[in-house]
Write a protein that binds this ligand. Sequence first.
Ligand code: GUN
Length: 285
Amino acid sequence: MAQIIDGKAVSASVKAEVAEETARLRETNGLKVGLAVVIVGNDPASRVYVNNKKKACEAVGFQSYEYALDESTTQEQLLDLVNVLNRDDRVNGILVQLPLPKHIDEKAVINAISPDKDVDAFHPVNVGKIMIGEYSFLPCTPAGVMRLIESTGVDITGKQCVVIGRSNIVGKPQAMLLLQKNGTVTICHSKTKNLKEICLGADILVVAIGRAKFVTGDMIKEGAVVIDVGMDRDENGKLCGDVDFESAEKKAGYITPVPGGVGPMTIAMLMKNTLTAAKQQAGIE
Ligand code: GUN
């Protein structure tokens, strides 16, 4: 039976570290940290995420600035706001909640955010820095996954690491981070042949394919670390992950639950990136 990786506990410890450093730097350097969160339209899931981000800011001692824009906002208006925030010294990090309404080009918006304030690490400059291992910010979800793997005490060096999913937000950067920790990395996706065999070779398996209960126990190597990035609904409408937890926990050595695994980590890493941004902009470290 697998040991459950407690994402809530690891996330709480990351947030506690950020809160402690924020309080210390306010005392010693007068540093104030601000995060601007921009949401366009009325997507209910986005609204929940944005509220959680604001709450996390309060908890760690940051100021949050919310910009809730109407669905009908034009691309030009949104780009104007991003440019204002780029120049606003109170704002150390800018997060534009995705997805954006269809009439707005997400790429154009991401490209407009100053790379120094891009706490999502979505800007091509920050993506490029991750490729060469010289980054300031790591994308929040893959960085959170790395923290969860670290919490197991399992050393990544030399291990067979399999990532299922190749998105720009999770799969691709996840593979790079595992490679930087000396893992031997295979990236799989919906067109991969022999997926089961490849998974069975994985010491560390990160699943981010967006299909409910896609990975089952018979695809998992005995004792593997299994990280489930999925947020799906099962046939009864109940929240579940990309991994079939019930069968997987019988084979895995360590496994993340959904909810309570990767989810809580994303916001914790966003707080960490925002503090990093504020320190860099103030010339600290
Ligand atoms: N929408 C879902 N996840 C994310 C995220 O990590 N960042 C942003 N900006 N939007 C999202």
